[in-house]
Design a protein around this ligand. Structure first.
Ligand code: NAP
Length: 298
């Protein structure tokens, strides 16, 4: 339980509602900032303006998945209020106060440095990334169905990268009956792809490995689907780029060649916000409980 622990939940989207539900269940004391237009009232949580929060008792600040923008502004879909997480506010928190965010940026890095607080990036964690791969794959299937006129079954699909997302994407499309080949650069990844019953190829051979593909699914956050690679694809090839912005595809060249290339960020929050929220909520509540236990022991 998190009885009595004061937590500020600042901004977010539908995913954050699952976090709030879970923290209330665990008996935390919640200050909700950026939720004034949310019809739903949560018992045990108070909706506050950011300058109304008593940060001197706040043990954890929970930000949405993207954290802040480069000016410190926190996005929320439940308010028109402009919310900025400033150094001045964070300095008011107790020394043990931890900030939780999906990812970080220059602003957040600087903020935790200047205030000497801890930042936990939930999406850096393997467990969160692997659980999150599940709705990501479902969203990818949805996009492939929407943007092709052939079945996934018996189609030729190239998956680029065998990380947490790439592995789930490759396995699931294969189970759906696609002929899946996977590009990687490490010999152990090539071995794993072979072991999974899929067709491996080295990324250095990417250009020659896409000459007959129907769909390319990229998970590598570096420019990998270059103009040279795109020029070797059949004209009907669909490129779905899952890598974080700006993706790993030369979109300008794809458009010029008439190849449909789609950057598809944030699929879990789009196709399954409830599950995506529960993934964050479960890991977050465990981290908060561990932190509380740790402080009690010291
Ligand atoms: P990951 O586990 O780190 O996997 C990344 C893969 O890219 C690894 O196979 C890695 O291979 C490869 N890679 C990285 N840099 C490379 C380079 N320069 N050349 C060749 N290969 C390279 O990451 P992940 O969790 O699978 O996530 C992949 C991407 O998807 C990230 O950008 C993530 O933000 C994004 N994502 C998007 C969504 C969405 O909804 N679109 C959802 C979740 C995640 P090595 O081991 O050889 O480095």
């Amino acid at each position: 339980m998190l009885t009595g622990m004061h937590i500020a939940v600042i901004g977010g989207d539908a995913r954050q509602l699952e976090v709030i539900r879970k923290l209330i269940e665990l008996d935390a004391k919640l200050s909700l900032v950026g939720f004034d237009q949310l019809d739903h009232g949560f018992t045990g949580a108070s909706k506050e303006q950011i300058d109304e929060v008593d940060f001197s008792t706040v043990s954890a600040i929970i930000l949405p998945v993207p954290g802040t923008n480069l000016e410190g502004q926190v996005d929320t879909i439940f308010s028109n209020e402009k919310i900025i997480l400033t150094e001045e506010l964070v300095k008011q928190t107790p020394a043990h106060c931890t900030i939780y965010s999906g990812i970080t940026n220059g602003y957040l890095d600087q903020l935790v440095l200047s205030t000497n607080r801890k930042l936990v990036q939930l999406f850096e964690r393997d467990d969160v990334a692997i659980y999150n791969a599940i709705p990501t794959v479902e969203g990818t299937i949805m996009m492939v169905i929407q943007h092709t006129d052939i079945t996934i079954h018996n189609s030729k699909i190239a998956v680029l990268g065998l990380g947490r997302v790439g592995m789930s994407v490759a396995r699931t499309f294969s189970v759906l009956g696609a002929n899946v080949r996977v590009g990687a650069r490490k010999s152990e990844h090539i071995a794993r792809i072979f072991e999974m019953g899929l067709t491996p190829f080295l990324l250095k051979d990417l250009s020659t490995s896409v000459s007959d593909v129907d769909v390319v699914i990229n998970t590598i956050p570096h420019l990998i689907v270059t103009s040279d690679v795109i020029s070797k694809m059949p004209a009907h090839t669909l490129i779905i780029d899952l890598a974080s912005k700006p993706g790993g595809t030369d979109f300008r060249y794809a458009e010029k060649r008439g190849i449909k290339a789609l950057l598809a960020p944030g699929l879990p929050g789009i196709v399954a916000p409830k599950t995506a929220g529960q993934i964050v909520a479960n890991v977050l509540s465990q981290l908060l409980k561990d932190g509380l236990e740790g402080r009690k022991e010291n």
